[in-house]
Write a protein that binds this ligand. Structure first.
Ligand code: FO1
Length: 317
């Protein structure tokens, strides 16, 4: 049986590495465990942004400028909705809308999010399993000086402007981990877990908040390796560095490694942060440095290949 890998991901940055991994590993060797803490009910629809961002990335349908939503999009629906006085702050494209309508229809029929997601990834011709972290609702709440905001209200409506003081993941304590992900983590052929370069606070932490997952990652014999979302003190995309500043956490890759510490066996730094390798070694965390800014497909594949080689170097079964 071929060695298996589980990638833990959320958001645009994580999806890029997932595309690289999917070019190297087939569906019997690689599955994706995805954040659903960003999900929300909007305009009567259930929207799952991180599942959709990964779906479009794997189907090569992503909008290259934003990383979310589809390219070749049109906006007649949302422009008309705004004109009628509806909530227009969350840009739903006309083609993207079909995905939200179909998901919402199936969920209303009582079909679970994992099954809905499996139907939709197959409908997009995607061979790899996309595993929502749970079928149970988990909602990221952003605590700010101006009060608590639902994630999309913070991220899109308020454009990440409010200073954050913390996060909570409503429903996580009673959420059940996706069954297939649990099976992969217990599988003796599991050869590695990759924590993708996503926002640790709002893309990865909601997943790690699912009861049993941190313990399963600590106990699994396969190496757990994270790829840093922070390069030379900056986030490649999104509010990670801004959140770290507001949380009084150093905006460094070392701080990200510390954030994950109890579950990590290795850490992948960007080439610009090579000087941080000794600091991580001093914490018994093996690290490598390699180019990690992913623009082209080759960049994504190269980072995936280097990460897998690093995992192999750590894995003494
Ligand atoms: N992000 C934005 O910054 N503005 C938007 O209008 C927006 C719309 C949108 C529609 C569908 C979808 O799947 C994602 C969308 N996103 C938008 C991205 C989304 O808010 C974030 O990607 C995740 O929630 C965090 O990574």
């Amino acid at each position: 049986m071929n060695p298996r890998y589980l990638a833990i991901t959320g958001g645009v940055g994580g999806a890029k590495l997932c595309v690289g991994l999917a070019r190297l590993l087939g569906p019997d060797q690689l599955s994706f465990l995805v954040n659903t803490g960003d999900d929300f009910e909007h305009l009567g629809l259930h929207v799952s942004p991180d599942i959709d961002t990964l779906t479009y990335a794997l189907a090569d349908l992503s909008n290259p400028e934003t990383g979310w939503g589809r390219r070749d999009e049109s906006w007649h629906f949302i422009e008309t909705l705004r004109g009628l006085g509806g909530e227009g702050w969350f840009n739903l494209g006309d083609r993207d809308l079909a995905l939200h309508v179909l998901r919402s229809q199936w969920l209303r029929a009582g079909i679970g999010l994992a099954e809905v997601t499996d139907r939709l990834r197959k409908a997009h011709g995607i061979a790899h399993a996309i595993l929502p972290m749970s079928d149970d609702p988990v909602r990221t709440e952003v605590h700010t000086h101006a009060g608590t905001l639902a994630f999309q209200h913070y991220f899109v409506r308020e454009r990440c402007a409010p200073a954050v003081t913390g996060f909570s993941f409503a429903g996580a304590e009673s959420a059940t981990l996706n069954v297939q992900a649990r099976a992969w983590l217990a599988d003796p052929t599991l050869a590695g877990v990759i924590v993708c370069p996503s926002n640790p606070f709002v893309s990865i932490d909601p997943i790690l908040a699912i009861p049993g997952l941190r313990a399963a990652l600590r106990d699994c014999p396969a190496p757990v390796v994270a790829v840093s979302p922070i390069v030379a003190g900056l986030a490649i995309k999104g509010p990670t560095a801004k959140m770290m500043e507001e949380l009084r956490v150093p905006q460094t890759a070392v701080a990200v490694a510390s954030h994950y510490e109890d579950i990590l066996d290795g850490f992948v730094l960007d080439a610009q942060d090579e000087a941080l390798i000794p600091a991580l070694a001093a914490r018994d965390l093996p690290a490598i440095a390699t180019p990690s800014v992913m623009v082209t497909l080759d960049d994504k594949t190269a980072l995936a290949r280097t990460t897998l080689a690093f995992i192999h170097s750590l894995y003494a079964p």
